[in-house]
Design a protein around this ligand. Structure first.
Ligand code: ATP
Length: 237
């Protein structure tokens, strides 16, 4: 049995005052080193699930482990890279200063930050933007800067919440290539998306979530080899 990067048991979240659960009876298991696609329409419960895995959203019931530790473990948090769906940018910082700030938050020493920052900017196609303030970045460039901070500290697990929402085809290709290279390095990747085309090119495993419930989970080949209803379900996303 491979080690599991993520495992959830009957994870559930009901926001206070909500008529129904945002996430219901979630059982996921993602092996270490896999690229996992969490696929579902807007409001399906993907971001809530990520919030619970990161320890930012308290589950109503159920349990989960992330990199072998219960959710919310402080040391584990440093082994995770995270690109939120909506990133807060400090617009007056340059590309380098922005990554330097994140490097400090992740506990990287000065020499490591100096070596890794240009590398991370290159990785997302922003090598030329080291000295440019973020306020002069396009939305897509800002999203790529967000990706650079998510990989800067070489985390074991990278969680990307809708990473290509602001990106043009070049930006989407950069994200695809980044995911492939993370996988080659043995990093586990969780990719939240509502685009089947995005997960089918990069993911080893996929879970489809609708109204808080996982309706299918497996390799994309397994899911698409199933009866037409499953394919329709996939294509309907
Ligand atoms: P999207 O792609 O639109 O972000 P999602 O699949 O990530 O969708 P969630 O953001 O997890 O879905 O939302 C799941 C449900 O929980 C939705 O009905 C949403 O309105 C609700 N919800 C999310 N956050 C909160 C909150 N803080 N308080 C109350 N309800 C919330």
């Amino acid at each position: 049995m491979p080690n599991l990067a993520l495992e959830t048991h009957q994870l559930r979240k009901v926001y206070s005052g909500a008529p129904q659960a945002a996430v219901e009876a979630l059982d996921l298991s993602v092996p270490e080193g896999a690229v996992f696609g969490f696929l579902g329409p807007n409001g399906a419960g993907k971001t809530t699930t990520i919030g619970m895995l990161l320890g930012n959203v308290r589950p109503t019931s159920g349990s989960a482990t992330v990199l072998g530790k219960p959710i919310g473990d402080r040391n584990t948090r440093r082994s995770i890279g995270y690109l939120p769906e909506k990133f807060q940018f400090h617009e007056f910082l340059t590309g380098t200063e922005f990554l330097d700030l994140h490097g400090r938050l992740y506990g990287l020493d000065a020499a490591t930050r100096k070596a890794r920052i240009p590398e991370a900017l290159e990785r997302v196609g922003l090598g030329e933007k080291a000295k440019t303030p973020l306020k002069a970045f396009s939305k897509g460039m800002q999203q790529r800067a967000g990706l650079a901070q998510a990989v800067l500290h070489k985390p074991r697990l990278v969680i990307l919440d809708e990473p290509t929402s602001a990106l043009d085809p070049l930006g989407r290709r950069i994200v695809r290539e980044l995911i492939v290279s993370l996988k080659e390095e043995g990093t586990t990747v969780v990719l939240n998306s509502h685009l089947l085309s995005e997960v089918e090119t990069t993911c080893d495993f996929v879970a489809i979530i609708r109204r808080g419930r996982v309706v299918k989970q497996g390799t994309l080949a397994e899911l698409t080899a199933q009866p037409a209803s499953v394919v329709i379900e996939l294509e309907g996303i």
